[in-house]
Design a protein around this ligand. Sequence first.
Ligand code: IPM
Ligand code: MN
Length: 350
Amino acid sequence: MYKIAVLPGDGTGPEVVREGIKVLEATGVEFDPTYFDFGGDRYLRTGETLPDSASAELRQFDAIYLGAIGHPEVAPGVLEKGILLRLRFELDQYINLRPVKLYPGVDCPLKDKGPEHIDFVVVRENTEGLYTGMGGFQYKGTPQEVSTQVHCTTRFGAERAVRFAFGLARKRKKMNQLHLVAKTNVLTFVHDTWWRAFNEVGAKDYPDVKREYAHVDAACMWFVKNPEWFDVIVVENMFGDIITDLGAMIQGGMGIAAGGNINPQGVSMFEPIGGSAPKYTGQNVINPLAAICAGQMMLAQLGEEQAADRIEAAVIRALSSGKIESLSAGRMGLSTTEVGDLIAGYVAEG
Ligand code: IPM
Ligand code: MN
């Protein structure tokens, strides 16, 4: 019996989480879900983003399942920093794991690319870089205004991300290859730390894993031109944020893109990466597949590999069946609940 903290969150978050839970239950793995109301509505009502006790409480769970955080009536940054980033930091979820996999039957915007070309994983560092909040204003509101936002890389942070990524490259048994994506020609301090961590750790502890490097701008080009070159990528936080949205598009869009905020020694949090999509709230038209795939990642992290594989097989079966017309909200040809029912049915059969 797994104790799961469920944070449905804002916008369409609750609708997709409902379908995700339905599918998780169809696997037969036993869950004891506890719901938390963190999000924009709670903030508007109480003025509080997260109670100070939240991370201590969440640490008691086996995993966290998150819908989406983001509310049109709340200023940018308040909920992101106050809830999502705070949880990532306080729970030390130092890996943001984002698989980019094109399933059969899914429309790919890249000409002449199919499932055989698009199957890689981005290991995004999740607690450092430009996200630490270091920096600030001087002379704010005057013509002399100065603002800084510091990129903070630690050897410790780069090294643990790099180790995780090398381990994953080995485990995947695909190309046994790890790309470092960075900008060593401009960010000659912070990305030099990454470069040395990558090469030193690789040479010493993972000599069997092939090391490759791409500048982040070139990586964007290769994602479009030659996505088949990638197996596992390790990347710092901000560049990882950007390239994983590009990755989501080449795997069929936000309707299917899932991610995991991983603390390998602690509690991890799984989420569809598409956000709260407020304009679709309550219409039963949002695609729940990303949330369902996040549930699959959660099972895999919990060690329930077989159940995770059954969800993936059910997703592939549904996508190949032609029953889902498009992955975009409102154009699926099925409602949110119907997609959830379809997958849950396949999972129960499989
Ligand atoms: C993501 C999101 C977040 C991020 C935002 C909402 C703070 O874009 O999970 O990729 O930048 O990490
Ligand atoms: Mn993002």
